[in-house]
Design a protein around this ligand. Structure first.
Ligand code: 1GP
Length: 252
């Protein structure tokens, strides 16, 4: 519970937390150290690491590069059972509760559980929900599951509540990496009103203003990935952090 408690602490201290997703396939290992130390100085609270596919990337090496260059927590966001490492601080133990594919509801978990135990990784049980974003996302295609329609916030709210009742510790509303449309505020609002566990929102968030509007709607943790794969955008990381941290002194 160490990392989970730490996340809750950040949320209560800063109003919301900001995590950056590192996809080892997209961020070259030689740039990882510079990137994460810049993130730490810019006010980022931690990293998710993983990807829907892992073709050229090396998860272990990327985690090591993060740990060697900053003190922020590194949480695996696994795209498959192969994406496990004893070097991370924790793991989002994702159950794809928006879908009805048994493999992603319990199957992969059975395969992963003994490895998680062996690695002494902290599993954070997470109700993962794909939200329709205007195009078929990699997560949707790979998981062979339907997303929740973006105009059906009541389905999202009931699904999230079911996740909480099943004992999940986080709910993650995901519109997919590089999504055309991020998760609608109306849906975030309804979901956050129903649950009392932290709510993560990610996918297609490309400006600090959009990030802030998700926090205002009820998101407790914002995740961005894609946008910072372009090095020219790195200077904006601190703007995202200040926009997300509700209690920060800088207001945009
Ligand atoms: C994390 O998939 C997201 O939930 C990341 O999305 O790459 O679009 O920021 P982006």
């Amino acid at each position: 519970m160490k990392i989970y408690n730490h996340i809750n602490q950040i949320i209560s201290q800063k109003g919301a937390a900001y995590f950056i997703l590192i996809d080892p396939d997209k961020l070259p290992i030689e740039k990882t150290g510079t990137f994460v130390s810049h993130c730490e100085k810019s006010g980022v609270d931690g990293f998710l690491i993983g990807g829907s596919l892992m073709i050229n990337g090396d998860l272990d090496k990327s985690i090591k590069a993060v740990k060697d260059n900053c003190k922020l927590p590194v949480i695996i966001f696994p795209g498959s059972v192969n994406q496990l490492s004893p070097n991370a601080d924790a793991l989002l133990y994702l159950s794809l509760i928006s879908g009805r594919n048994a493999e992603h509801l319990i199957g992969k978990h059975v395969q992963a559980a003994p490895i998680i135990k062996k690695y002494n990784l902290e599993p954070i049980s997470t109700g993962y929900m794909l939200i329709e974003s205007g195009q078929t996302t990699t997560a949707e295609y790979v998981s062979v599951s339907k997303p929740i329609p973006r105009k059906k916030p009541e389905i999202a709210a009931a699904t999230a509540l079911a996740g909480q009742y099943l004992g999940m510790k986080l709910i993650y509303l995901e519109s997919g990496s590089g999504a055309e449309n991020s998760v609608p505020e109306e849906m975030i609002k309804l979901v956050s009103e129903q649950i009392n566990i932290p709510l993560i929102v990610g996918g297609g968030i490309r400006t600090p203003e959009i990030a802030r509007s998700k926090v205002h709607a009820g998101a407790n943790i914002i995740v961005t990935g894609n946008f910072f794969e372009n090095e020219n955008n790195w200077s904006l990381i601190s703007d995202f952090a200040s926009a997300i941290h509700k209690y920060s002194s800088i207001n945009i």
